[in-house]
Design a protein around this ligand. Structure first.
Ligand code: PLP
Length: 384
């Protein structure tokens, strides 16, 4: 009990990143400016994406990407119930209706085999989540999109650094949204970005991102060379600041190292826990990929553990170890139930995962000794 609290996640911020933030603050330019431009280029290089739009958050990115897709009232967006509220909320805020498809019980990703049945003439977008950093089957996803002529917006909040068949998520396909929240694989404090291959969509998002202000339009009308602009639509205030980009520039340089350490730790859990009847471990799909290990999320077997997930989390907390809950099944939250008529039993695998899933401590700065401590404490909890 004397040991200090171990959080389930903690960002690793280098001295160089801190100095970059200080340099930014001292430079006199702290909002969107040269460092955001530099971060944009770095992301472009890392993701080999034609268009990159840094933003205040991934939630802002999902919101703007969906708005830019021009959903009409009643338009349907297919997504997963095992996700963060932002996924469903932004669909609703953009005027769409979330349509859910259950998860695959082994990978925790949306079960793409069930998507065709959920498609109607109102379906406009498929919006999968690469859960915990494990890619969905991209060949299958894009085959569905092509067959039914619908757009794809990947909620890639967990997936910076995820690779599908030798290609990074964000380097191909339609449109992806990444998060740089402090719990995610790289952080800018708050922040996120959109990657897209669609030039028109990128243009629209860049207007929506900052008040609908168009400097090019002003220049087109022959008044170039000054700071003036036109307002061409009512936009939001979703831009990223240079202070954030200062962090992001250094985080991105370290991403590969971060993922290497996350992978070691995740594999260490897999090896240590494989014979424990108290756990059902995450499993890998057959296609070639690199998991980004944003989260390590086994399911508790309540019978063998003789406790619920919530009891387990409580006991860990009493022993100074933090765990996370990603996620309870979204369709059971009151707002979505009331608005869209979801009921318990609608998506049984997501519900079962939602009751049993735990995020164990996993972050690049975690030591082997801390990892051993998590295993020891879990062992003692289950032995009681
Ligand atoms: C974190 C997260 C978001 C939101 O990201 P923010 O940058 O915090 O807005 C959206 N979807 C999923 C699946 C997430 O995990």
């Amino acid at each position: 009990m004397s040991e200090e609290f171990l959080p389930f996640s903690r960002p690793s911020i280098s001295r160089a990143a801190i100095e970059e933030v200080v340099a930014c603050l001292e430079s006199g330019w702290i909002t969107t400016g040269p460092r955001v431009a530099q971060f944009t280029e770095s992301l472009q290089a890392y993701l080999s994406a034609p268009y990159i739009l840094p933003l205040a958050s991934a939630t802002a990115g999902l919101h703007l990407a969906l708005l830019a897709l021009d959903l009409k009232p009643g338009d349907e967006v297919i997504t997963t119930p095992l996700t963060f509220a932002a996924t469903l909320n932004t669909i609703i805020l953009a005027g769409g209706k979330p349509v859910l498809v259950d998860i695959d019980p082994y990978t925790f990703n949306m079960d793409l085999n069930q998507v065709a049945d959920a498609i109607t003439e109102k379906t406009r977008v498929i919006m999968p989540v690469h859960f915990a950093g494990l890619p969905v089957d991209m060949d299958m996803l894009y085959a569905l999109a092509e067959t039914f002529d619908i757009r794809v917006l990947e909620d890639a909040a967990h997936a910076i650094g995820t690779v599908y068949k030798n290609r990074r998520i964000g380097s191909f396909g339609d449109t992806q949204v990444f998060s740089f929240h402090p719990n995610k694989n790289i952080t800018t404090g708050e922040g996120g970005c959109i990657a897209t291959t669609d030039a028109e969509l990128a243009k629209k998002i860049s207007l929506l991102r900052f008040h609908g202000i168009d400097r090019e339009a002003w220049n087109r009308y022959g008044k170039s060379g000054n700071q003036d602009y036109e307002v061409v639509l009512p936009g939001f205030k979703y831009n990223m600041m240079d202070i954030q980009a200062a962090l992001g520039l250094h985080q991105l340089q370290e991403l590969e190292n971060f993922i290497a350490r996350r992978t070691e730790l995740a594999e260490r859990y897999q090896e240590a826990l494989i014979d424990w009847p108290q756990w059902q471990l995450p499993s890998k799909p057959g296609f070639s990929h690199r998991h980004a290990w944003h989260l390590y999320t086994p399911l508790i077997n309540e019978q063998a553990a003789q406790m619920s997930r919530d009891e387990f989390m409580q006991k860990m907390k009493e022993r100074n170890i933090g765990t996370g809950l990603h996620y309870r099944a979204a369709h059971l939250y009151p707002y979505y139930r009331e608005q869209f008529g979801f009921n318990p039993g609608d998506f049984p695998y997501a519900e079962s995962a939602g009751e049993r899933i735990v995020s164990l401590p996993l972050f690049p700065g975690m030591t082997d000794a801390q990892h051993d401590r998590v295993l020891d404490v879990m062992y003692s909890i289950f032995r009681e």
